[in-house]
Design a protein around this ligand. Sequence first.
Ligand SMILES: Cc1cc2nc3c(=O)[nH]c(=O)nc-3n(C[C@H](O)[C@H](O)[C@H](O)COP(=O)(O)OP(=O)(O)OC[C@H]3O[C@@H](n4cnc5c(N)ncnc54)[C@H](O)[C@@H]3O)c2cc1C
Length: 396
Amino acid sequence: MSESTLATPAETTIDKGHTSKYTRNNPYQSRVLVNKRLTGPESEKETIHIEMELEEGMTYTPGDALGVIPTNREEAVEAVLKALGFNGTERVLDHYKVEISFLEALTTRLAIGKLARGSVNQFAKLAGENVPEGLKKLLGAENRDAAEAYVWGREFIDLVTEFPGIVKQPQELFNILQRLTPRMYSIASSQLAHPGQVHMTVRVVRYNSHGQERQGVASGLLGERAPVGAVLPVFLHDNNNFRLPEDSNAPMIMIGPGTGIAPFRAFLEQRQVLGAKGDNWLFFGEQRSGSDYLYKDQFEGMHASGFLTNLHTAFSRDQEKKVYVQDRMRENAAELYAWLARGAYFYVCGDASRMAKDVELALLDAIAKGSNGTLEQANEYLATMKKQKRYQRDVY
Ligand SMILES: Cc1cc2nc3c(=O)[nH]c(=O)nc-3n(C[C@H](O)[C@H](O)[C@H](O)COP(=O)(O)OP(=O)(O)OC[C@H]3O[C@@H](n4cnc5c(N)ncnc54)[C@H](O)[C@@H]3O)c2cc1C
């Protein structure tokens, strides 16, 4: 496709958001076109690339997310039924007072995965006067820490197995458990590069806790129960706070370790198709280059052609001393500041708990050093960047 056929004003509007008649309450039933593992067999992580089909008229803008409506896996549902002594044919009213089977409720309506502290409290209320001693130690403000420690790594099945006989009616679960909610995934594709498709980069959450193998509800579904041809309910979700620069000549710096890479694949593909002239700088980080370098060929190809001006990777486990994206930023602080000084946009996507904070500190240091200023002045500089929408984060 040529640039002129694509760069219509409507398509280049940056904060357009999605168009679709489908919503989380009326999702689109989308077919899986591709589901492949990106990480090598020796990787400690299982990260997958999924391509799904979209109906005509469903459009999104790079930066948007795809909502996936998950179901609980059969084994998990069966285990809860067995522990509670029900068979699943019992009738219950769902959140909208629609009558469904208990099996359906456990599969599609109730969050039987990771346990919430509130669920423990609600569960105890059902026991009335007969709250078991062990459960009493998890209740009330004074036992908050103990309850937090208890729920960590546990699921509803652990609670009902440890304290049996408390749930008398299937309907009671609607008072105990939270709703099974959709999960968001940053869209990893540009629709201009992949008409009629939407791509995701998903880390399959798996862990062992309290002697059991566990998996994340939605990522487990995408990793194990979404082969090519499977149909999943999805919806497009706007994210107007995470958008390409309106000026296609503006330079952009993208920090996307792990699955944080997803929206930057979309950004880069979009700019590439549109023939945007702005410089692009990508920082990617993971554990090992041999097994964890997501979309390696694509990004190295973009770099080799000169479209991706700078590409810096940080593989923490490739050498004795761990190296992260923020270390690469520090090594390149002078150039980073030079890009900011000529109006670069700075984007961060991925882990909110540590990475995003470490990246912000490295950014502030680069600004302070580059401008010969104090950290306080660097903070003001960053505040101005935020106002100009030149510092955008999509962290989770
Ligand atoms: C805007 C946005 C964009 C996102 N984009 C992406 C993306 O591009 N790719 C992506 O993979 N994810 C992305 N996520 C995260 C994604 O939405 C899900 O949260 C993630 O896939 C986990 O969901 P799940 O249903 O698989 O796991 P859940 O069933 O929700 O379980 C996850 C929970 O399991 C528990 N847990 C995990 N590991 C352990 C452990 N070792 N020990 C004990 N407990 C543990 C934790 O409580 C954790 O919160 C994004 C989130 C948001 C909000």
